[in-house]
Design a protein around this ligand. Structure first.
Ligand SMILES: Nc1nc2c(ncn2[C@@H]2O[C@H](COP(=O)(O)OP(=O)(O)OP(=O)(O)O)[C@@H](O)[C@H]2O)c(=O)[nH]1
Ligand SMILES: [Mg+2]
Length: 366
């Protein structure tokens, strides 16, 4: 985004300068009389309105990296992160100041509309910083007579969010898919649902392997599901055992690998995952996150698990709250497609493949 002041002998002249430099898509933040024969117009524009909205939190560190490059890049990433955040903060402070200072003769000043829409997005759990970016990217191109039509603006925002969502099904191709993520988010349950859908409904040949040897009941939990579905369940203690089992199951369409939940703060356990990823380069990784995880906790999880080559994200517990904006927050930081949405604990009913349509409905229900 760029914010600039334009001066002219009157507002019309200053607006002409805005149009010349920023074009029709400029968002007018305010006008001010500076003195006799001198007026100022403050205008904003996104550098590229067609570019995706990004939450530039932790770019560099937050980007999901290929395995092996994780820790080295992460150390240098702290500076980049600090610089990015500082920059972000400066930009937002300037924007806030300008929004507050907007002088408008219309009944509904830009700042009021902006604040109402921002509050609406924030109430849905969307990070305010991301909400402001979405609004700036959306409002810039809006015709003047529509500038205070909240319903219209919301539909434009929905289009913007829709355009920024990507979805993918990691099980559409044959292969091995591992499910990783924080403790208790619903990894094993998601695997059970996917096993039921693929083995029973789609008649695909499958095997399940659990690498969760931390909890005594973990393997048993998966075995019970496997037995019900007629799908073999094996336990692998380490990447070597997994490799041997994958050899045994090389005839299967799909092998789903369950891993133990872990905190991204537990360096030893994260290291194990990195080793697993580098020992199994063809394995695809799906990061499972709870849609109820808010703000920094969500970003910490996304950043923490970015040390392994995450291919897609899944979100659980959509039934547990009304606000699903954290899904968008996580997506924008991870910049990875969404695979599955879990809407309850029932196996296999409570699972939907992610689509742009259902995601927009969850993220912006009102
Ligand atoms: N309400 C709700 N409960 C869920 C959902 N997904 C899973 N659960 C429940 O959450 C609990 C934990 O689910 P698990 O699948 O064992 O979670 P996990 O990520 O494998 O846990 P760990 O292996 O211990 O890290 C279970 O009681 C599940 O029934 C969901 O989408 N909504
Ligand atoms: Mg589990």
């Amino acid at each position: 985004m760029r914010i600039k002041r334009f001066a002219g002998v009157n507002v019309r002249e200053a607006m002409k300068a805005v149009k010349e430099e920023f074009g029709e898509n400029a968002l007018i933040l305010g006008t001010k009389r500076l003195g006799a024969g001198l007026h100022e117009v403050v205008a904003a524009i996104d550098y590229d309105l067609s570019s995706p909205v990004t939450l530039d939190l932790g770019r560099g560190e937050g980007d999901v990296k290929a395995s092996g490059t994780g820790s080295a890049a992460k150390d240098g990433g702290a500076d980049v992160l600090a610089a990015e955040l500082k920059n972000e903060l400066r930009e937002l402070r300037e924007l806030k100041r300008l929004c507050m200072a907007v002088v408008s003769r219309s009944e509904n000043p830009v700042s009021d509309v902006f604040r109402r829409l921002e509050d609406n997005l924030a109430a849905n759990g969307i990070d305010r910083r991301l909400a402001r970016k979405i609004l700036l990217n959306t409002l810039g191109g809006v015709a003047k007579e529509k500038a205070s039509d909240i319903a219209y603006l919301k539909s434009r925002i929905r289009e913007k969010v829709y355009a920024n969502i990507s979805v993918a099904d990691p099980l559409s191709q044959k292969g091995v898919v591992a499910f990783v993520g924080p403790s208790g988010v619903g990894k094993t349950t998601t695997i059970a649902k996917l096993a039921a859908l693929n083995a029973l409904r789609k008649k695909r040949s499958m095997a399940l392997v659990t690498m969760d040897t931390y909890r005594i009941a973990a393997a048993e939990q998966l075995r019970i599901y496997g037995r019900l579905m007629g799908v073999p369940v094996d336990v692998a203690k380490d990447p070597g055992e997994l490799r041997a089992l994958l050899g045994v199951h090389s005839d299967k369409d799909l092998v789903l690998v369950d891993t133990a939940g872990r905190s991204q703060k537990d360096q030893a356990r994260m290291k194990e995952l990195e080793e697993l990823a580098s020992a199994s380069p063809s394995m695809r990784f799906n990061l499972v996150l709870s849609s109820q995880t808010r703000d920094e906790a969500m970003y910490d999880a996304v950043r923490g698990f970015s040390a392994i080559p995450i291919g897609s994200l899944s979100f659980t517990r959509l039934d547990e709250g009304e606000a699903h904006g954290p899904i968008l927050n996580a997506m924008m930081l991870a910049r990875k497609p969404v695979a599955y949405l879990s809407t309850g604990a029932r196996v296999p009913e409570d699972l939907e493949p992610a689509s742009r349509e259902n995601l927009v409905k969850f993220i912006m229900p009102n």
